[in-house]
Design a protein around this ligand. Structure first.
Ligand SMILES: CCNc1nc2cc3[nH]c(NC)nc3cc2c(=O)[nH]1
Ligand SMILES: [Zn+2]
Length: 373
């Protein structure tokens, strides 16, 4: 019995887009869905109540970071991540794979696992598939990710093939090590870089092992957008129709819509929260860099078409002032708006799929947002 149940409600006739529902031990998730990232058991600058105000249904936390600080044993002692951070809705944890690989020269990859030095104090650590699952079981997220290698971009065929085959062996070890299958659904991750035949090989090997959901890894790693879209085009159809599909690390407005059109159900990305802390907002007419002098006496909201708390109560001039003064409230108001913007976008996408007009929605949105397509 798996911890989650996926219901495919509708598949868009025009495109590959799907409308779905995922039942988890901490509640239901409507897909397509965007997951705000809360790396250190907090979605930076947001309280759980504010996340509920904007209808965040599931958030993501990072295993590597929580293993480093405060340690998964402490979180377990607190009663798990939900209790520790006062979030009673679904949580997804990654496996640390991507983080330790992005530590660059500080890490050594072996069949057994990955040796790396802490980015905090340089201390030596070792994460194996078994260790990653032990940490994720201790954190207690509803959806947990396998320990994989995200091949860098670009990478030659030989490297990508060897890497995906090790990721398959690690995926089996993760599944064998995973204890808590009733309460935590383990998702497999498909690799294969930008090579069609290697994506086919990885998809076959990972789906042969069998998981309640599948992530498409190795994308949004610096490749041009058309290449990411092309890889999606031929990879999502290789995954079971009756299981959720999760594209990791993707979250700009255009990529979310293009991903949904190609059959992706779940997304996560640090972009909305990270650019907020750098003073930039997503708006229906494109990005607004609040610090820009043109907004000094602009008393309109960030986005005149947005009905969020930030846009109902504050002006561009005031937010620019806060950003210039490096005020904490700047990060809070911009994060609130950016997350609301993406969560509302996904709600509009779900409605468009329901009404069989997703292609029209995409074209209207791109036109208004200023995407040249
Ligand atoms: C769950 C950990 N494994 C894992 N995380 C990832 C996170 C990503 N984040 C981005 N762009 C921001 N690409 C990613 C690929 C992977 C990937 O291939 N694997
Ligand atoms: Zn707003």
């Amino acid at each position: 019995m798996s911890a989650i149940k996926f219901e495919l409600i509708k598949t868009c006739k025009q495109t590959g887009a799907r409308l779905g529902k995922i039942q988890t031990p901490h509640g239901e998730i409507q897909t397509p869905i965007f997951m705000p990232v809360g790396t250190l058991a907090t979605v930076k600058a947001m309280t759980p109540e504010e996340l509920k105000d904007i209808n965040a249904q599931i958030i993501l936390s990072n295993t590597y970071h929580l293993y480093m600080r405060p340690g998964h044993e402490l979180v377990e002692k607190a009663g798990g991540l939900h209790k520790f951070m006062n979030w009673d809705r679904p949580i997804l944890t990654d496996s640390g794979g991507f983080q330790v690989f992005s530590l660059g020269p500080l890490r050594k990859i072996k069949e057994e696992g990955v040796e790396f030095r802490s980015h905090i104090d340089g201390s030596k650590h070792f994460i194996s598939p078994e260790k990653a699952i032990e940490i994720e079981n201790a954190l207690g997220a509803d959806i947990i990710m396998a320990f994989d290698e995200c091949a860098p971009y670009p990478a030659d065929r030989e490297y990508v093939k060897n890497s995906l085959e090790r990721t398959t062996r690690w995926a089996q070890r993760c599944k064998d090590a995973h204890k808590n299958t009733e309460r935590q659904a383990l998702f497999g991750i498909v690799q294969g870089g930008m090579y069609k035949d290697l994506r086919e090989q990885s998809a076959k090997e990972i789906t042969d092992i069998g998981f309640p959901g599948y992530a498409i890894g190795g994308l949004s790693v610096g490749e041009p957008k058309p290449i990411m879209y092309e890889v999606l085009e031929y990879t999502t159809p290789l995954l079971p129709e009756d299981k959720p599909r999760y594209l990791m690390g993707v979250g700009s407005p255009d990529d979310l819509i293009e991903g949904v059109l190609r059959g992706v159900d779940m997304f996560d990305c640090v972009l909305p929260t990270r650019i907020a802390r750098n003073g930039t907002a997503f708006t229906s007419q494109g990005k607004v860099v609040a610090r820009n002098a043109i907004y000094a006496d602009d008393f309109r909201p960030l986005d005149p078409e947005c009905d969020c708390y930030t846009c109902k109560n504050y002006t561009r001039a005031y937010i620019r002032h806060l950003v210039k003064c490096n005020e904490i409230l700047a990060s809070r108001l911009l994060t609130y708006h950016n997350l609301h913007f993406l969560l509302k976008l996904m709600e509009d996408v779900r409605t468009a799929i329901q009404e069989d007009r997703l292609m029209d929605f995409r074209n209207e949105f791109f036109e208004k947002y200023g995407y040249t397509k």
